[in-house]
Design a protein around this ligand. Structure first.
Ligand code: ZN
Length: 522
């Protein structure tokens, strides 16, 4: 069924938010129809439900403190999942070239007939966030039941990310069954610790894939994404939100050390008091929000303004004017922040003081107090910029409290006799990440094939009633395994094909549940 025409497709719309045409298989039109029949069959759906539920029943939890594979028996459960997947999808594991990387990473290679076309890479992760035993009672079905109640499939991993894992295998299996032979090579890579650090899974898969397929050796990478598609702006138009970039990441530890002593003769400020003043200083200086014409946030705003039926009129006018006017751009930024609270985290680097410790006894002065501040860094900033800014904000306080100071391995305020203590600012947990490159969206870029395919799939599906689709690029506020894969391709898309309302309760919480159809049959 052809899509309805978009409400506004004038010159402004096509210049600020060009939309690729929906793509449908031409060479494989018959195959496409056969698959649609297969997927619509009740028996097939029930089989698919069983396969999905079975994968959910294996609690492949990953924890922050996991030691390497081979040294930590908590990884062993992934062996069970492998066995289950191999038994459930014998055709896939028998016919594709299978490689295990660092024991539990899975790479599937489906050789295409065209040796010169770059392969496409699709990824998902096998692990899930642990279920907090204290919440067991709050689940209406046990967290690893994998139960299908006629509408929902319940259990940890039903949304994140066994849905993408099993859907991939289901799709490959159906294509194999129909005798499909790919023109282009397809590769799947399944990590197994995305929810903790990615070190053991994607951390090993990335160098393996780069070694085997080369730097920029893939035409496109498709990984999980947090947003759904749906009629979020009312009317008859559906909006889909693939993320084309992800924010950077930095945890900063602020540590104040000071001489101990008895609490009956305290200095005016203890280490805890000084640390508290520093936290107040940071919270009083949040990062400034910015809206530049190069940013993903600007692009998605323009798409909404150009195509959304129920977009606020004032914002629509400002967006149009902002194409040329800097004053309108500034006004648009303020209007977005006051209209849509979620823009707050999109337009600025965020900071959150998430950990604090200090003091051991009420009659002893604390010799150490420390806090960790979490940062998610916007596209046009960097780890270095965050480090410079926090150093600059805390330096005057260190001077005021007569502390020596070091920041990120460098001395900032040198040793003086009579200093009241020391302030050290450092990267916590040894991990930092600059914001990702942004996936190119030019007319010749492989992103357009993704967009065309996505639009074709949505417009063609019965449940969407042939409605038109606008694809709106986003920035991913969190990070996934893709943060390890930047060398593999410039074209990275983070997107899970799920409609609004298909996830019962979101990610990482109780009563994780997914609608079977959407989670499995893309
Ligand atoms: Zn995930």
């Amino acid at each position: 069924m052809p899509g309805l025409s978009l409400p506004e497709s004038d010159e402004y719309a096509s210049s600020v938010c060009p939309q690729a045409k929906p793509l449908a298989p031409s060479r494989h039109r018959v195959l496409d129809e056969e698959l649609a029949w297969l997927f619509a069959a009740k028996a097939y759906k029930l089989e698919a439900y069983k396969a999905f539920g079975g994968a959910i029943q294996i609690p492949t939890e990953s924890y922050d403190d996991m030691r390497p594979v081979g040294e930590d028996s908590r990884w062993d459960i992934f062996g069970e999942l492998h066995q289950y997947l191999e038994e459930t999808f014998p055709r896939v594991f028998g016919r594709l070239n299978v490689t295990k990387v660092n024991t539990y990473g899975i790479v599937l290679h489906w050789q295409g007939s065209n040796e010169t076309a770059l392969p496409v890479l699709m990824t998902a992760h096998q692990d899930v966030v642990p279920v907090d035993p204290a919440t067991f009672e709050d689940w209406s079905n046990p967290p690893y039941s994998g139960i299908y109640d006629g509408t929902w499939i319940w259990g940890r991993g039903s949304c994140d990310d066994k849905s993408d894992l099993v859907a991939s295998l289901q799709a490959i299996d159906a294509l194999l069954e129909k005798g499909f032979e790919p023109h282009r090579t397809f590769v799947w890579a399944f990590g197994f610790d995305e929810e903790s650090s990615g070190t053991q899974g994607a951390g090993h898969l990335a160098p393996y894939l780069e070694n085997r397929y080369g730097r920029n050796g893939f035409a496109l990478l498709l990984d999980e994404g947090g947003e759904t598609y749906g009629d979020v702006y009312g009317g008859d138009v559906l909006f889909a939100f693939p993320a084309l970039s992800e924010k950077g990441y930095l945890d900063v530890q602020i540590e104040v050390t000071a001489p101990g002593g008895h609490s009956s003769v305290p200095p005016r400020h203890t280490a805890i008091g000084m640390l508290a003043a520093m936290i107040v200083e940071l919270e009083e200086h949040p990062y400034e929000p910015a809206l530049t014409r190069q940013s993903s946030a600007y692009n998605s705003t323009q798409c909404a303004a150009a195509y959304a039926p129920e977009y606020p009129t004032r914002l629509r006018e400002l967006a149009r004017a902002a194409v040329h006017s800097d004053a309108a751009l500034a006004e648009l930024k303020d209007a977005l922040l006051s209209t849509f609270p979620e823009y707050d985290a999109l337009l600025r680097t965020t900071q959150a003081v998430d950990l604090i410790e200090g003091g051991v006894k009420v009659n002893a002065l604390p010799e150490r107090a420390a806090a960790v501040v979490n940062h998610r860094i916007v596209e046009d900033s960097s780890v270095l910029e965050v480090q410079t800014r926090i150093t600059g904000l805390l330096r005057p306080l260190a001077a005021r409290f007569n502390l020596t100071m070091s920041a990120f391995g460098r001395s900032v305020l040198a040793e003086e006799t009579g200093a009241a203590g020391h302030l050290d600012v450092s990267v916590a947990f040894g991990y930092k990440l600059d914001p990702s490159p942004v996936t190119p969206t030019g007319p010749e870029d492989s992103y357009q094939i993704f967009v065309g395919t996505l639009k074709g799939a949505i417009e063609d599906s019965e449940r969407n009633g042939g409605r038109a689709v606008v694809v709106v690029p986003q920035i991913e506020k969190g990070n996934t395994d893709t943060s390890r894969y930047w060398n593999l391709t410039r074209s990275i898309v983070r997107y899970s094909h799920v409609r609004e309302g298909d996830r019962y309760n979101g990610f990482h919480t109780v009563n994780e549940g997914a609608q079977l159809l959407q989670a499995l049959l893309k």
